[in-house]
Design a protein around this ligand. Structure first.
Ligand code: IPM
Ligand code: MN
Length: 357
């Protein structure tokens, strides 16, 4: 197998710290990876007045995978490129409890599900504007309540686009993903989450396309919940979930909520796949309040790197990394402050490396 090339981009706030800590683990664990760290984010902004220099972008295009830290406002162009320009239309956000993590539940043992988030459209269609424009273009349009757009007066609109193509490709991916989970010993159940009782047309389409696709997989279980109900169920019955498939913004919100079951945003990683080059990032943001202090939890980025290793076909390495994280949490002596510990970012990373052996 040819040596895989990884481009690591810190981004903003705590991003560079958690990416450096993760690269320290990957680089010293003997994994056969070439890791390149080109300038980007707040550091590149200071140095070159450009958060995403052209050379960095080119390196991303040629990479086998990209590891990304976090974005505040400066690195949003990087996220936009990696997620939307490269068209990584599925965001995989595993919610898995490691014993020792600071859960909000009395007992989180056995929680292990995945949120699949449609990553390219929905509320993230970036089609907003003045209501005056909509009113002018859609003079005859009436809402189902019979109201014309003029009836709203002045204001703004945002289009929430649910396309057949966008939903179909996501639904197919979700079915394949759940099938793979089933082969790995999980129930193999898809939980579709929409608001199709209110958004009858757009989410009605999303739900019906997911249902059409899942029918082609008779071995998969299937259920559908409205998003408000799903938000409650994931707290109350988290062990009943296996693979949740949902629209972009619902996935954004539910993933942050779900993170608290298993220790919060310091823990959950994610993979953005399906496009030209996959990239891997924590679910958390840039946490500017704690940036530069070497206290951020590197686990979310380390577990994103675990997903990256799996994606690159380096399954033994991925398993070793995950086992090491689990061991560090179980032992509890090298956890960061968000987990009730006193370890620095690098001490936590060093403990993970030590467990890999
Ligand atoms: C995330 C973040 C992003 C999102 C922001 C930074 C645009 O919250 O990855 O969850 O809303 O998707
Ligand atoms: Mn988010």
């Amino acid at each position: 197998m040819a040596r895989k090339k990884v481009v690591a981009l810190g981004g903003d706030g705590v991003g560079p710290e958690v990416v450096d800590a993760t690269c320290y683990v990957l680089g010293n664990a003997g994994f056969d990876l070439e890791i390149i760290k080109p300038p980007c984010g707040e550091a590149a902004m200071k140095q070159y007045n450009d958060a995403f220099p052209e050379e960095t972008r080119q390196l991303c295009d040629m990479a086998d995978a990209i590891l990304f830290g976090a974005t505040g406002t400066t690195s949003i162009a990087i996220l936009a490129y990696l997620r939307w320009f490269l068209d990584n239309y599925v965001n995989i956000r595993p919610v898995k409890y490691y014993v020792g993590a600071e859960t909000c539940l009395k007992d989180a043992s056995g929680i292990d599900f995945v949120i699949l988030r449609e990553n390219s459209e929905g509320m993230y269609s970036f089609a907003e504007g003045d209501l005056a424009l909509l009113r002018q273009k859609l003079a005859d349009f009436r809402t189902i309540m019979g109201k014309s757009l003029a009836g709203f007066g002045e204001g703004k609109f945002a289009l929430r686009i649910v396309s057949e193509r966008g939903t179909r490709r996501f639904a197919k991916y979700a079915c394949e993903y759940a099938t793979q989970r089933r082969k790995n010993g999980y129930p193999g159940k898809l939980t579709c989450v929409t608001k199709s009782n209110v958004l009858r047309q757009s989410d009605g389409l999303f739900q019906s396309i997911v249902e059409e696709e899942v029918k082609k997989y008779p071995k998969l279980g299937y259920e559908h919940y409205y998003v408000d109900d799903a938000a409650r169920r994931l707290l109350r019955y988290p062990r009943e979930l296996d693979v949740v498939a949902t629209e972009n913004m619902f996935g954004d919100i539910l993933a942050d909520e779900a993170s608290e079951l298993v220790g919060g945003l310091g823990i959950v990683g994610s993979a953005c796949v399906g496009g030209k080059v996959a990239y891997f990032e924590s679910v958390h943001g840039s946490a500017p309040d704690i940036a530069g202090r070497n206290i951020a939890n590197p686990t979310a980025t380390i577990l994103s790197a675990k997903l990256m290793l799996d994606y690159l076909g380096m399954h033994q390495e991925a398993d070793a990394l995950e086992r090491a994280v689990a061991a560090v949490y179980k032992d509890g002596k090298n956890l960061t402050y968000d987990q009730g510990g006193k370890a620095t970012t690098m001490e936590c990373a060093q403990a993970v490396l030590a467990e890999i052996g």
